[in-house]
Design a protein around this ligand. Structure first.
Ligand code: PMP
Length: 473
């Protein structure tokens, strides 16, 4: 056990600056000492009395699967969070630019979300769908109000995987077809059907995954047709012509591939695919698990940027700011397919998670988080683009709002992915107090998906730290 510690804010800053100045102090071109300074933040972490990282690692290795990855040479033991910051066991503050993998939408422990969770937990934690509870109805109504067209029926689930499993089953039941088309490099979950539509080998286990066809990825950076969305869409028609009976159950896609390395789909692709899928009798499923809830800044839902209205939308991650909840939203007509057997989920529509979800929607509105994602996200992207002019290792900067990616390459022309440099950058950025993620098929994309309360000072600090680490390579 760790001894009881209380590290006050100014001491933390002193400590951080001491570490920075001994390990990474360097000069800019004019020879002036310049050290990225973490923005001020008015929060004192509580004393932590729990087990240390080394103790946790030891026991984790004994009782939990050791092959489940943790980031960093010495995994971080995070014990507290406040808005865009998290704190480790020693009270050290980190700027969280990964947001629990695009999940912390409002900010860590946002007071309104915490209050909603605590209040509801005190009153009634669990009921199941067998009884009425206003939280579930309130949240369902509020979510439906955020959706366009006929998307007015909400099913609650526990995760993104479960939401996508349900959506795929509904598509199959509704159309009477089995074939689903998904995009190579996409990620949709880790259960049977969702693993089927996921299209990266390292997320697939060797089990039967039937009735799925993976089409060309309309990846503007590495894709064979560059930015020509319509050309990639031809592959969807081709697969329908040659790989199916001519009819399909549906098509599923992320508006921006998250796990796949923050890949925006080439312009014009989704509208072209939409009409192809409709002609083949299929439904269009938008996986908004990462791109929903204002994260892309320009729109509340990622699909809106493509000018289409899906038949089914799946939600998770940012929906609960960390509370385990997901949802499927669809039309009354499609929803009806689930009435022919007994559809049931014990926790789907749990009053506490629904209260959290409703609070999230209110906070996004009240704190103008979509607007902030747009303004600060655009600023951050501009700064990252400028960094690209300075560092050859940056092959591409992409994404929207606060769903951004920085692809690292050895050679810009050949687009050869870096191998170890990404981990070095991740590690060094962490040492300097910034947490980012990684992803992409080659694992060479730095993923930036912070809580949507991230501000311009945070963006500057992140880019300055990235600049430092890259300058050292
Ligand atoms: N869809 C997308 C786009 C995702 O990024 C993820 C998770 N990374 C999922 C579905 C699965 O969500 P969960 O991990 O909550 O099951």
């Amino acid at each position: 056990m760790q001894p009881r510690k209380l590290i006050m804010w100014d001491k933390i800053c002193m400590w951080q600056n001491r570490v920075f100045s001994t390990t990474i102090a360097r000069s800019n071109e004019d020879g002036v000492n310049f050290l990225p300074k973490m923005p001020q933040f008015n929060h004192t972490p509580s004393p932590y009395n729990g087990p240390s990282a080394s103790d946790l690692i030891q026991r984790r290795n004994q009782y939990l699967p050791t092959f489940v990855n943790t980031y960093y040479n010495h995994p971080l033991n995070l014990v507290e969070g406040k808005m865009q910051y998290v704190y480790d066991e020693n009270g050290r503050r980190y700027l969280d630019a990964f947001g629990g993998i695009a999940t912390v939408s409002c900010g860590h422990c946002h007071p309104d979300v915490v209050e909603a969770i605590v209040n509801q937990t005190r009153l009634l934690q669990h009921t199941t769908v067998l009884y009425l509870n206003h939280n579930v109805v309130d949240f369902g109504e509020a979510l439906a109000a955020k959706m366009p067209g006929e998307l007015k029926v909400v099913f609650f689930t526990n995760s993104g995987t479960e939401a996508n499993e349900l959506a795929l089953m509904m598509a199959r039941l509704y159309t009477g077809c089995h074939d689903i088309i998904s995009i190579r490099n996409g990620y949709h979950g880790n259960a049977t059907s969702t693993m089927g539509v996921t299209a990266q080998f390292y997320h697939k286990f060797n089990v039967v995954q039937t009735g799925v066809h993976h089409v060309l990825n309309p990846d503007p950076y590495r894709g064979v047709f560059g930015l020509d969305g319509a050309k990639y869409a031809n592959d969807v028609q081709d697969i329908i012509n040659h790989g199916t009976c001519g009819h399909v159950a549906g098509f599923v896609a992320e508006a921006i591939q998250g796990v796949g390395g923050v890949i925006e789909l080439a312009p014009g692709y989704l509208p072209a695919v939409y009409s192809i899928i409709k002609k083949a009798g299929g439904v269009f499923i938008a996986d908004e698990v990462q791109s929903g809830f204002g994260r892309t800044g320009s729109h509340f839902w990622g699909f809106e940027a493509h000018g289409i209205v899906p038949d089914i939308v799946t939600l998770a991650k940012g929906i609960g700011n960390g509370a385990p909840i997901g949802a499927v939203v669809t039309t009354p007509e499609i929803a009806k397919v689930l009435k022919y057997a007994y559809y049931f989920s014990t926790f789907g529509g749990n009053p506490v998670c629904a209260a959290a979800g409703l609070a999230v929607l209110n906070v996004i509105e009240k704190d103008k988080l979509q607007q902030n994602a747009y303004v600060v996200g655009s600023y951050l992207k501009d700064r990252l683009n400028s960094l690209m002019e300075k560092h050859e290792i940056i092959g591409d900067v992409r994404g929207r709002g606060m769903l951004l990616g920085v692809e690292l390459v050895k050679d810009r022309k050949l687009k050869t992915p870096v191998k170890d440099e990404n981990m070095q950058i991740l590690e060094q950025m962490k040492d300097m107090g910034v947490l980012v993620g990684k992803g992409g098929f080659y694992g060479n994309v730095l993923r930036i998906t912070p809580p949507l309360c991230f501000n311009k000072e945070d963006a500057d600090f992140l880019v300055d730290v990235m600049d430092y680490t890259m300058s050292k390579m």
